[in-house]
Design a binder for this molecule. Sequence first.
Ligand SMILES: [Zn+2]
Length: 394
Amino acid sequence: MKKILDYDEMKELLDSLDNNIIKKEEPIGFSNFGYPIDHYTYGNGEYHMIITSGTHSSELITNIFVIRFMEKLSLKEIYIDPNKYTIHFIPFVNPEGTIIVTKAIRSLIGKNISWDAEQTYCLTFYRNCRIEGIYSNSLENHDVKLEQWMFRRATPDILGEEHKDLKMSLKKLYEDNDLPIGSMINWSSNGRGVDLNSNLESSTFIDRIEKGEAIYSKLHLGNIRRDKLGPLGCPYYEKKGDIEPENKALYNFYESIKNNHKLIGSLIYHSCGDIIMYNDDLTFKNPWQEDFDSKDTFKNKIVAEKYASITGYKLDKSEIYTTVDAKLKTLYPVSLLIELGSVTGTPLSQFLDLDIPGSGVGFKNVYTNIIEKNSKAILEVLPLMADIYEVNYE
Ligand SMILES: [Zn+2]
């Protein structure tokens, strides 16, 4: 079965789900160019949990994992007690970015290609990213990257008239900021080039940009500057403190669930690394937002350990406060950030689903492992989150 889905295909799949099981709600907000930040719910129980994906749009596996999880619920392949839990799904935190990156994919990889052709593209992409990772250690790293060169036909012009405003914005970004050819395949930001996860009021990273430092991304992304509006990393549009509408919507949404219901936690999906990042009492120190309530964040550890026992993912509590997700984790215990898949190179390497004899564990059936292990982990951590809530917050 073909693994990659573009934005339109994901929307079609969501529309096809049983609406008695997965209910489409009003969007939690809209992006700069008017795209909805979709919201779906499962169940009517008293314990509310939030699941988000696609903050970084190049991490396409996160959108697809969450949507496949919703599909499993819809098809009754898995079961969560709908009278006990209400699960909120935000499958596209960054719809503009998801449109950009999936249009870039479709500039080379057609909708109707075979499974093995799709796997070959993913493998080539993966290998090209690895090669660029090797080169970056020793050579000048700001030249065009092999994985970008694969997608050199992906220019803003591939966006159709239905995306007119988004297309104009993207064109301007490429012209004004001299963005690398083919870098639409690396797109993680929203449609005006702001990285939603870096879009904080203040951080050490923002301080460096304010000082005029040229900051390049690492490894195979080494020709992308994070201090300029573009594919990834740039924290604000005009001035420090400007918060993008996608993030405003997310903050409002979390706040309204917390204030009106029993919010037992949230799972925030990124890729890649096979890592579960949590805040605990030992590391909690937030230099930017002194009014954060830190007293309960250590409960994250118990849930993170449970999640890790099922997925085999590594735990990581070292957190620097330069991301919106770190802020969410401090505001809303129990919240975990989960990095799906150990293979480098978003958006395509995580769709590899090969079992090549002699390959390392992390490389075998990457896609299937992501979907199956994380689906199981969600089912297992839910009751634990509810218990923690009852013991600590009631
Ligand atoms: Zn990410």
